[in-house]
Design a protein around this ligand. Structure first.
Ligand code: URA
Length: 189
């Protein structure tokens, strides 16, 4: 466990703890506000993210940004990370050993950011964070509170590219996030 982002990031730079290190161009550590109330967790870097070292900068990310803008959430206000920090070959799902190894880094990031809300983007994020018993189709759009953090599972943005009808769900799930933030803010006054 590292006490600062700088130490954590430094510890990851040459990570060779799993086989994903063999093909990576860049480690995609995470981006955004390190004191964010809302954290987004995706699956793993794709080709664009691997090239640029930043999460959600490809097609799916652009779609996500449009949805964020539509509901008045600013990407810079959030903290965005992935289950694995190196690109799985051919964009396959991360394997259990890869995800389990990398989750230690993500847990450390969550401890440092201290988000009130975590948006879980897709099944890989949902199952690795909350457990294999959760299914994205049944869970999306429903709040789950665990250890003081509110989790909102929703579709992975790439799923919206494959199926347009999921866009409305995605927007509605994100609207629940902004409503919950308003609730928190009202309680603080
Ligand atoms: N898909 C993800 O899950 N994460 C990214 O960073 C990009 C695409």
């Amino acid at each position: 466990m590292f006490e600062t982002f700088e130490e954590l990031e430094k510890s990851i730079i040459n990570c060779q703890k799993c086989k994903l290190c063999q093909n990576r161009t860049n480690i995609v550590f995470g981006v955004g506000n390190k004191n964010a109330d809302i954290m987004f967790i995706g699956e793993g870097p794709g080709a664009d993210e691997d090239r640029l070292g930043e999460p959600f900068v490809g097609k799916a990310g652009k779609l996500m940004n449009m949805a964020l803008e539509a509901i008045g959430l600013k990407r810079e206000e959030l903290y965005i990370a992935n289950i694995v920090k190196c690109r799985p070959p051919g964009n396959r799902n991360p394997e259990a050993d890869e995800a389990n190894t990398c989750l230690n880094y993500l847990r450390n990031q969550v401890i440092l950011v201290k988000p009130k809300i975590i948006v879980l983007l897709g099944s890989v994020a949902l199952q690795n964070i909350l457990g294999k018993e959760y299914k994205i189709t049944a869970s999306r759009g429903n709040w789950i509170n665990q250890k003081g953090i509110w989790y909102m599972p929703t579709w992975h943005p790439a799923a919206l590219l494959r199926d347009e009808t999921k866009k409305i769900d995605f927007i509605n799930d994100l609207k629940q996030v902004t409503s919950k933030m308003q609730e928190f803010e009202e309680k603080e006054y």
